[in-house]
Design a protein. Structure first.
Length: 281
């Protein structure tokens, strides 16, 4: 038998939301086609690809280290190619290089799907069943200050300590306060460096947690929680200036394809979610 304590009056209720909002198209990593050759040179991005010189549309043939503008940077002499050929080569190289970060596990194909969407999606939102599964797995893994475990613990303790009377607004406030100290689910573990999730998403831009339903029974309770997340598949200036990102051709190619005015491939939002059922029976 259901013990109605008026939870339905208040639900669904957002119990946590990041300061960074969803669909933030004004973010620096969502810009595209806003830079010239000189802008990229000023960021140290002369040596982009091992296959082509995208600035001069030349496919590399013979190595050459001739200084350019008084600065010695690795390039090669080669064959003049078309703009379309250059794009084909850059995207093929970007995919090949992604395997450095994505070669193990069931999610290793996600980055290839994202790269294809980067090329052909024209900035439309990306949605992946694989990412939903990965997000579900991470939400349900054990780590300190896990939001799902925090919510479950608060509801369980409240019901156990107050078997006859629950003040639901106070319960909601307790959940919200505790979640401010939680650690959000992200793909930043050691295994994510090689399974494709770190390179595909890594630091999730925005998250929201909604308590959808809560019911109390004579012998227990159950609740439904909706976890939503969104990331930006795009690079900002801070990313490419970092020693971590700038050392890899993968990111240098990505940045040029996104930010150079002659390429201007559109970044996009990656959305994923998970519905979690918790309870005590």
């Amino acid at each position: 038998m259901v013990n109605d304590f008026s939870a339905s009056i208040y639900l669904p209720e957002t119990v946590f939301e990041t300061v960074k909002s969803f669909n933030d198209s004004s973010a620096n990593d969502m810009k595209c086609g806003d830079m010239s050759d000189q802008d990229l040179f000023s960021l140290g991005l002369r040596d982009i690809s091992a296959k082509v010189d995208p600035y001069r549309l030349i496919r590399y043939d013979i190595p050459d280290t001739t200084p350019v503008d008084g600065i010695s940077w690795a390039t090669v002499r080669g064959t003049k190619i078309s703009y379309e050929e250059c794009i084909d080569i850059l995207f093929a190289e970007m995919k090949a290089l992604s395997q450095l970060f994505s070669f193990q596990g069931e999610y290793k194909m996600v980055i290839g799907e994202l790269i294809d969407h980067f090329r052909y999606g024209n900035g439309s939102e990306f949605y992946s069943h694989r990412l939903n599964l990965a997000f579900h797995d991470r939400i349900n893994s054990y780590f300190v200050d896990n939001p799902r475990l925090i919510i479950e613990g608060i509801i369980r303790d409240e019901f156990n300590s107050k078997p006859n009377s629950i003040h639901f607004p106070s319960l909601l406030n307790s959940i919200k306060r505790s979640l401010l100290e939680s650690k959000l689910s992200k793909f930043d573990s050691r295994i994510d460096r090689i399974n494709g999730l770190g390179i595909s998403v890594h630091d999730i831009a925005a998250q929201k947690i909604t308590l959808v339903n809560l019911q109390r029974y004579a012998m227990g309770w159950n609740a439904k929680i909706f976890f939503e997340a969104q990331d930006h598949f795009g690079l900002d200036v801070t990313d490419i200036k970092s020693k971590v990102y700038s050392q890899f051709r993968f990111f240098r190619i990505w940045f040029l394809l996104q930010r150079h005015k002659d390429f201007a491939f559109k970044p996009f939002f990656t959305r994923f979610n998970s519905v979690e059922n918790i309870g005590q029976y």
